[in-house]
Ligand binder design. Structure first.
Ligand SMILES: *Cc1c(COP(=O)(O)O)cnc(C)c1O
Length: 374
C-alpha cells in the first residue's frame, strides 16, 4: 500500500521544488498557443525575466521548453561561434556537463578546474585567459549545485570583461534565489530554469541573452529546436513560440512571478532562503552532521553533508525514513566523497525546515547507537 504522505510534500532537493497552491492552481486550465491571452502572458514572463536580471535595455529573455540543461545547450551552440573556444570554469558536475556539451557540439573547449570545495579563483581565470588568446567565451556556474558552493560571480565577470571575452553564466540554481545585479556585469547569456529559485513547475528554461551578440549569431546553432537565435526571432516576429509551448508551465511561471513580486522580489526571497538555510545548518550541526563546505562558501540553496562514520548511517534507509514522513532529500553528487544533499529553496519557510530537522532528529535517535544509548 502507498503511504499517505503529508501535503505539501517538502522537496528539499535541487528541483523540482515544493510549489505553492497558487502556482499549482495555475496549471488547471487549457490555453491555445495562439490565444491573445496566452501570448500576452508569455510576453509578460519574458519582460519580467529581463527586469529581474536588471538588463531590460540590453538583453532579451528567450524561453525554451525543457529542463535547464536544454537552455544551457542552446546557449553554448548558439552563442559560442563555431570557430570559437569556450573556457569552462569547473568545480562541480554542472561545469563538467558544459564541457561535455561544448565537445559534443564540436566547439574547442578548455577547462580550468578547482576542487569541489573551493571557489573559482578570479586570478586563475585572468592567467588562463592571458595564456590562451584563442578563448572567445568563458562559462561559470554561479551556484555549483553539486556542492552548494557560491562562486564569485562579480569578480570573475570583471576579469572576463577586462580580458575582453564574452561571459556565460549558468545561474540555474541561483537566479531568483540570490540577487544578481546584471547591469553591473557584462554577460552574453545568463541561464535559468522555471523550477528553481523562481518556484515554478518544471518544463521550461530560459536564457537572458545580450541582444547584439544574439542578433549576430544567426546560423551558428547546430540544432533546429535549440537554436536560441531563431527562437528569439520567432518571438520578435509574431510574439509566438516556434513550436508547441508548455502552456500550463508558462501559466504556472507567470503565477510564480506574481508571488515573487508580492514577496518583495529577489532580495526578500534571498532573505527567506537564508533563514531556511540557517535552520538547516544549525539543526544538522546540532545533530552531529558535518557540512562539506566551509560555511562562508555555502549558498542558501542546497547543502552537502558527509555520510557520518561508524556504519550506522545508511543513506537509503535515511531517505526512506524521511520519505515516509513527507520529506524528500537528495543523494550526493561529489566525485570523491560519499555525501548527501538537503536543499532549502522552494515555496517553503523556516518552519518547514524545522519540521524536517525534527524528522532527521528522530532518525538519528532511532539509528545512531551513540544517540539512542544517551
Ligand atoms: C539544475 C541545474 C542545471 C540544469 O539541470 P536540469 O536537470 O536540466 O534542470 C544546470 N546547472 C545547474 C547549476 C543546476 O543547478
Amino acid at each position: 500500500m502507498q503511504p499517505i504522505l503529508p501535503t505539501p510534500l517538502l522537496l528539499l532537493t535541487p528541483g523540482p521544488l515544493t510549489t505553492s497552491d497558487a502556482t499549482r492552481a495555475a496549471l488547471a486550465r487549457d490555453w491555445g498557443s495562439r490565444e491573445t491571452d496566452f501570448i500576452a502572458m508569455s510576453e509578460g514572463v519574458r519582460a519580467r525575466l529581463v527586469a529581474l536580471a536588471g538588463v531590460a535595455d540590453t538583453h532579451v529573455a528567450v524561453p525554451l521548453p525543457g529542463s535547464g540543461t536544454h537552455a544551457v545547450e542552446a546557449v553554448v551552440q548558439t552563442l559560442v561561434p563555431r570557430d570559437g573556444k569556450l573556457l569552462v570554469l569547473v568545480n562541480g558536475a554542472y561545469g563538467h556537463r558544459m564541457v561535455a556539451m561544448a565537445r559534443r557540439l564540436g566547439r574547442q573547449v578548455a577547462l580550468l578546474e578547482a576542487p569541489e570545495d573551493q571557489p573559482i579563483a578570479p586570478a586563475a581565470v585572468a592567467a588562463a585567459l592571458s595564456a590562451d588568446p584563442a578563448v572567445t567565451d568563458v562559462a561559470l556556474v554561479h551556484c555549483e549545485t553539486t556542492s552548494g558552493l557560491l562562486n564569485p560571480l562579480e569578480a570573475v565577470a570583471a576579469v572576463v570583461q577586462a580580458a575582453n571575452r564574452r561571459f556565460i553564466i549558468d545561474a540555474m540554481s541561483s537566479f531568483g534565489a540570490i540577487p544578481i545585479d546584471g547591469a553591473a556585469l557584462q554577460f552574453s547569456a545568463l541561464v535559468g530554469s522555471a523550477n528553481k529559485g523562481l518556484e515554478g513547475v518544471p518544463g521550461l528554461s530560459y536564457a537572458i541573452a545580450e541582444k547584439t551578440h544574439l542578433a549576430a549569431s544567426a546560423g551558428n546553432a547546430s540544432s533546429v529546436s535549440l537554436d536560441l537565435h531563431d527562437q528569439w526571432r520567432g518571438f520578435e516576429s509574431n510574439r509566438q513560440w516556434r513550436f508547441t509551448p508548455p502552456v500550463q508551465v508558462v501559466a504556472a511561471l507567470a503565477a510564480a512571478l506574481d508571488q515573487l513580486a508580492a514577496e518583495g522580489g529577489i532580495a526578500a526571497r534571498h532573505a527567506r532562503y537564508s533563514r531556511n538555510c540557517d535552520v538547516l545548518l544549525d539543526g544538522m550541526q546540532a545533530l552531529g552532521f558535518v557540512l562539506f563546505l566551509p560555511r562562508a562558501l555555502q549558498a542558501p540553496v542546497i547543502t552537502t553533508w558527509h555520510i557520518p562514520p561508524g556504519g550506522w548511517f545508511q543513506f537509503d534507509q535515511f531517505y526512506e525514513f524521511l520519505h515516509q514522513r513527507g520529506v524528500i532529500i537528495y543523494p550526493g553528487k561529489l566525485t570523491a566523497q560519499p555525501s548527501f544533499r538537503i536543499g532549502c529553496i522552494g515555496a517553503i519557510g523556516p518552519d518547514d525546515l524545522a519540521r524536517a530537522m525534527a524528522e532527521i532528529g528522530a532518525f538519528v535517535r532511532a539509528y545512531d547507537p551513540a544517540r539512542s544509548a544517551a
